[in-house]
Design a protein around this ligand. Structure first.
Ligand code: WQD
Length: 338
């Protein structure tokens, strides 16, 4: 069973390729390495004992994408990760995000319909919910106006896929990630932010390893128990395993609707301070952090109702916050030893 994984050398993509290959899928990765490195392929091979097929081209290029599908018409399904995902950058360069995130999706869907490939698993995000009115947030919660072009590309992508499924033979499972953190237990793959990390976990581990002077905590005056914002952090390996379960659901014709969406989260909210405390517990280190002003665009608190994913998809996150911070730290130390 040959699966296209776009963005497969990226953080979530690479962990998913490992799980897919462990389950016997044949994987072809398309990635233009704009936010990842070629060496990840060697690491995937070391972990799973199989080297995925790999092609490096830009999915925004319609001709190159069409040519790819012509050469791989034996593809059975697609998992689409490839996208830009930095919220702040998307505000600065909206056209870059619309062209890349929407353009690549349209080209992939065109290739699928041209070759009667019906199944796609799409990497969506809890950003579609904005600041939910009700917590925990369920899949049928109202979609709020996106607070960044990045978040808007995820909403528009979900709409494009849904519209296409109403007019063509396309089935889709939209996976709405909450906050993926951590790394594979081998410490051979993990989050590899190029430049200064936007996200909390890599900034914590880079501070602890000495690459950053201190962690800036963006505000502790929120309406939460310790004043810092709350998120639903999920281990990247739990997230990767959910993609295999979703793929098997489609292939096994177990879907109840042509388009299904699932929250991928733990159902537990953790504050920034709780993540810091978990990191200090699992690393045995004291983290240098300073409380600063709020970051523009941050929402106060979000965590998921995971009942639908647990009961309908048949998947449940198993790893704890300590598993996440411990694996993130092991990965950062492995990077430093390279
Ligand atoms: C988490 C919390 C920050 C960095 C974003 C995207 C989301 C997804 C994950 C792509 C917040 C605080 C962070 C720092 C801090 N990306 N923080 N100091 O913003 O919840 O989600 O990344 O799919 O779509 O929106 O994640 O890790 O940036 O922030 O205090 O140096 O950590 O204020 O409360 P976020 P994050």
């Amino acid at each position: 069973m040959k699966i296209l994984v776009t963005g497969g050398t990226g953080f979530i993509g690479s962990h998913t390729v490992v799980e897919l290959q462990d389950k016997g899928f044949e994987v072809v990765i398309v990635d233009n390495l704009s936010n990842s490195i070629f060496e990840v392929l060697d690491k995937i091979t070391t972990i799973s004992g199989k080297r995925p097929l790999f092609e490096n081209f830009n999915l925004v290029d319609p001709a190159a994408t069409a040519d790819f599908f012509n050469r791989h018409s034996d593809l059975k399904a697609v998992i689409h990760f490839a996208a830009f995902k930095a919220v702040g950058e998307s505000v600065q360069f909206p056209l870059l995000y619309y062209r890349n995130n929407i353009g690549s999706l349209v080209n992939i869907l065109q290739g699928m319909t041209d070759h009667a490939i019906t199944d796609i698993v799409f990497s969506s995000s809890c950003t579609v919910y904005g600041q939910p009115d009700q917590l925990p947030v369920k899949e049928d919660a109202p979609i709020q106006k996106a607070n960044s072009p990045y978040g808007n590309t995820k909403q528009i992508s979900e709409e494009i896929i849904t519209d296409l499924s109403n007019s063509a033979n396309i089935r889709a499972i939209l996976l709405r990630y909450f906050n993926p953190i951590g790394a594979h237990e081998s410490a051979l793959i993990g989050e590899l932010p190029l430049g200064v990390p936007n996200n909390l976990m890599p900034y914590i581990t880079q501070t602890a390893i000495g690459k950053r002077e201190f962690l800036r905590v963006w505000g502790n005056d929120y309406n939460t128990p310790d004043g810092t914002p709350i998120r639903d952090y999920i281990h990247v390996v739990d997230l990767a395993k959910a993609h295999v379960v979703a793929m098997e659901r489609m292939i096994g014709n177990k879907m109840k609707k042509n388009v299904e969406m699932f929250n991928l989260a733990t159902g537990n909210g953790s504050s920034v301070m709780e993540v810091i405390q978990s990191f200090e517990r699992t690393s045995g280190l004291k983290l240098d952090y300073r409380i600063l002003e709020r970051r523009l665009g941050d929402i106060e608190k979000v965590w998921a109702d995971t009942t639908f994913a647990n009961e309908e998809l048949g998947w449940k996150a198993e790893r704890t916050l300590d598993d996440m911070t411990r694996s993130a730290w092991n990965w950062e130390k492995a990077l430093a030893n390279k």
